[in-house]
Design a protein around this ligand. Sequence first.
Ligand code: ATP
Ligand code: MG
Length: 333
Amino acid sequence: MDVLPDRAARAEFPVGERQLIMKKLIINHDRLKEARDAFARFHFPVVGGVADSGSISLVMGDSRTGKTFGAKSYLGGFPQRPGERGMIYPALLVEMPASGGYRAILENLADAMSIAHTLRMNNSVLTNNILRGLEFHEVELLIFDEVQDVCDIKNPRLASDFKRLMRKILNLEKASIVCIGLPETYGLLSSDKQLVGRGGLQYAFLHPYSWDSDEERKSFRLLCDQFDEGMPFLNKSSLGATATAERLHWVSQGIIGLLKNFLFIAGSLAINDGSIHVDTTHLAQAYDWIKPPQTSFNPFRDDWSKKPDTVVTTAPLTTHDPFAKRKRSAHAQ
Ligand SMILES: Nc1ncnc2c1ncn2[C@@H]1O[C@H](COP(=O)(O)OP(=O)(O)OP(=O)(O)O)[C@@H](O)[C@H]1O
Ligand SMILES: [Mg+2]
C-alpha cells in the first residue's frame, strides 16, 4: 500500500494529483479485513498449512461492498513467478463475461494463464487446454468474479455449462474455486448438489455497514475518519464525527463504493473552492448532484429530524442494472 505524504505536503500538490489521491485512496477497513480473511480461510483452511483443493466457496454481497477490491488485495500476496517449466500462477482472478456465452468464459480463463486460443479451436479442445494449463501453471486458487452473470436462471444452458466446467476443475483436485457474486449467487450455486458436495459451499457475506449497533456505528465512523485522514487537504474535515458520519451513512447506505464516490465529488468541490477542508456546503452540494430527482431532502442542509422515513435512491444495487431503484428504511431512530 502506498504511503501518503503528510497533510501539508498533499495539500500543496497540483490539483490533478490531489484529484488522483482521492480517486486512488485505499482504506484498510473492517470489511476489507473480512474479505481478505474469507479468501485466506477458503485458500488455506489450516493456518500455516497447505492450499486446499477440490472445494468451492463463495464471497457474496451487495454491489460496491468491496468484493472485487478484497479479492485483488488478497491476490497481491500471491504474485506470479517463473517456474522451471514456465510461469507459476498460484492464484488467479477471472472475471466472468457479461456477454459472449460459454466461449467467452473459456477465453477469459485461457487469457488469465496466457493460453493461446484461436477461433478454429473448438470448446472441448480449449477446455482441455485450460484444465492442463491449471496443472501446468500450478494454480491453487481460482477466483471467479461476477458469477451471477453466468449462473443466471434465464440462461440455463450457460449456467449448466459453467457449473460443469467448475466440476471438471474441482475434480482435478489441484485447485479450489472461490466464486464472487451478488447475494443471489448463493441460491444459484447451492441448488447444485454436485457443486455443494465439493467442499460444502462455505460462504462469506460482505455486508454494508449498518447504523443499528454501537459496534457498527463505531466501525463506520472509523471508516469515514480514514477517508478524512487520506484526503488531500490541509485540515481534516471531521468526517468521522457522529453527526457527519450518520449523514454519510445515510447517503451511502453504509457501502464503501458509494461513500468513496460521494466523498470524491465533495472533495473535488472543495479543491475547486480552494478550501482547506471539505465543509458542509460541499457535502450538501455533492448530495444535490446525486440525489434522486423526485426528492428534496438534503441531510447536509435540512433539519435531520425531518428526514424521510423511506428513501428512494438511485444508488446502484446490481451490476446488471446500475440504476435500479430500491426502497430502504432510513435510520428509524
Ligand atoms: N478498501 C477500499 N479502499 C478504497 N476503496 C475501496 C475499498 N474497497 C472498495 N473500494 C472502492 O469501492 C468501489 C467498489 O468496490 P468493488 O468494485 O470491490 O465492489 P464489488 O463488491 O466488487 O461491487 P460489484 O458487485 O458491483 O462488482 C470501487 O471503486 C473500489 O475501488
Ligand atoms: Mg466486483
